[in-house]
Structure formats: structure tokens, C-alpha cells
Design a protein around this ligand. Structure first.
Ligand SMILES: [Zn+2]
Length: 165
């Protein structure tokens, strides 16, 4: 008795499996490539296995974790004078702390803390502040330019140029 899949000698009872719609008698190792045909006598045994195709497309891998370390390095560090930059930009716009808070859907207290340097804005808050104030809170000019290259940043190259004027 030969396995109809690999051609090897079947020792013991052959397995009857469905592979790609064909019914084959195969050896035990090959039976994993197909769906085993349930014998009529087996009334309500184990539930039927889901069909498994041979050589099908690879299972999509889960989305890889964003390499934050790399991006964070490229984005540069928060400027030491971030509090001053925020306050100056806000005053230049003629906004009160409350108005700025409303612009970024935050509490006035949070703006006050940030402007006093009591609170270091997290990335999300920092980007909102940069966006509504039209400023950059990142230390190095070089990393600003790098981070503007197609990473879906809110700061565009045009923004940076206008800041630098
Ligand atoms: Zn085989």
C-alpha cells in the first residue's frame, strides 16, 4: 500500500483524506495536509476539521510593533524652553490660556502647568500644541527636517521654513 501523496509505503492503516477536493489514501504524516474523511460508522465523534490547503498563501503576520525608539530619536528631543515657546506663540496669537486649552480640547490648568514647565507635554499633546500654535517644540533643527519627510507628521516642510524666517 503506497501513500498517494508522497508515494511512500504506508505502514498500518492508510488515512483517507480530502486534499484540494480529491480523496486520497495517504500515510499518517501526509494526512495533515488534508481533511480526514469521517468514516460512516463514526456517528458523532470529533467535529470535522477545517479544511487546510496545501501550499496556500502564508498566514499574514501581525502588524509589527512601531519602532518607537528609532522614530523618537529621529524626531529629536523636546526643547528645553518648550514652556517659553508655547507661551510666546500663544501670546503672539492673542490667545488666553483658556483659549489655547479650548483649541486643543484640554483643561486650562494643563496649559498653565505646561507654560510654567511643571508638566512636560507627551507626544500627542506636544503635536497638538505645535499644530494649533504653528511652532516646533523640538530641539534640533536637523531632526525637524528629517521628521517632516513623509511620516504623517503634522508639521510640514513649509511650516518649518516659515518658522525659521
Ligand atoms: Zn505520504
Amino acid at each position: 500500500m503506497q501513500c498517494e501523496l508522497c508515494g511512500g509505503e504506508i505502514r498500518g492503516a492508510p488515512r483517507t483524506v480530502h486534499i484540494e477536493g480529491a480523496e486520497l489514501r495517504v500515510c499518517v504524516p501526509c494526512s495533515k495536509y488534508g481533511t480526514e474523511v469521517q468514516k460512516p460508522r463514526a456517528s458523532t465523534g470529533s467535529p470535522p476539521q477545517p479544511p487546510r490547503k496545501m501550499g496556500g498563501p502564508p498566514v499574514p503576520q501581525p502588524v509589527q510593533r512601531r519602532r518607537r525608539d528609532l522614530f523618537d530619536r529621529m524626531e529629536g528631543d523636546l526643547a528645553e524652553d518648550y514652556a517659553d515657546r508655547i507661551r510666546r506663540a500663544r501670546v503672539a496669537k492673542g490667545w488666553t490660556e483658556k483659549q489655547l486649552a479650548l483649541e486643543i480640547m484640554q483643561k486650562e490648568l494643563l496649559i498653565k502647568k505646561v507654560e510654567k514647565g511643571d508638566l512636560v507635554p507627551e507626544e500627542e499633546l506636544r503635536k497638538k500644541l505645535e499644530e494649533v500654535l504653528g511652532i516646533s517644540l523640538i530641539e534640533s533643527a536637523e531632526s525637524e527636517v528629517k521628521s517632516s519627510k513623509g511620516k504623517g507628521m503634522t508639521t510640514t516642510l513649509g511650516d518649518i521654513i516659515s518658522i525659521k524666517k
